[in-house]
Design a binder for this molecule. Sequence first.
Ligand code: AMP
Length: 375
Amino acid sequence: MLGLAGLPLGLQFTFLDPAADACAAAVGRHLEAAYTDPDALQELARTCERVTYEFENVPVQAAAELAHSVPVYPPPRALEVAQDRLREKQFFRSLGIPTAEFAAVDSRQDLEAAVAHVGLPAVLKTRRMGYDGKGQWVLRAPDDLEEAWEALTGNSPLAAPCVDAASGALLAEALVPFRRELSVLAARDTSGEVVCYPVVENHHEGGLLRLSLAPVPGLDPGLEELAHTYVRRALEALQYVGVLCLELFEVDGQLLANEMAPRVHNSGHWTLEGACTSQFANHVRAVAGLPLGSPQPRGWCAMVNLIGFRPDPAAVLRIPGTSFHWYGKAVRPGRKVGHVTVCADRPEQVAERLEQLRRHGVPLPERAEAGLFGR
Ligand code: AMP
């Protein structure tokens, strides 16, 4: 999608992707190699004027090395902070961005003290390599600690062992009784200009993003402004270039930062049709040293992820204001293989169109049926 956004600007792309079936190969040259492959990195440095990434587990070392020869945006420091949940939370706090209570857990002995600090219920998370809800365990009672420890440090058949947990690098966080999950995307260009997209409401199931609504129905304008202030602080602190996503919990009329993604984000896919300039176009513009475009919404929009499921595109496209995006990936349970955007002039119209989508078999989160836009 970054490549598609860059082609009309006359840009050409080389994609480093270890996957043989990289979907980006359709819009540029594909280097099939590991992210750390020295020859591939050298080839990027030799042939590219700018380098960016859209996967947050790209090894920091590879990005930092490339940055000696070619501008790498967003700056590798953003990757470094975002890859470690502890550093990330400390970073937010250092900028005056509130978070849930948290405590580092470096050993089994630390766990009781950490949980005493954050209180129960809590979430125990691996510090690294967690995504889409993986590498997390909810603690509700003191008896859960042992099982969670076993699961996250790889000794349990109940959960896939998590890469870094063997070294004991975990984080305990208070479980936030949030009203809803929000995210805010913003782009910063090489001259320091910033544009902020409207705040988005996100619905997850099984740790995966299912649905985003933009702009958030009924959000207090004060919270919208606060979200923009927080994301701007993060952009400035990192001297960031590109699109950054900040994920937030709305709780008791407050915002708590959960995590950030130093890249274009799934909760910004709605911008392809729903905003004047998409997150992809603005990311590419920022990285290429071009001016940013307007982040204004064109109306009301919902983005529905297609997870392990391919609906009939014709049925989807018959619904007015609806777009179908297919990533060309093999369909597997739990895999994001495409998304649908539903746009309209009025929130109720989006709700009606979502309902039509559901009738065509596209699964929507439970709460979507309660008329999300009607609140
Ligand atoms: P994360 O990988 O941190 O984005 O977490 C995945 C999902 O788990 C989030 O989108 C939330 O739904 C939930 N979650 C994570 N941390 C917390 C928390 N401290 N309190 C409540 N829910 C959480």
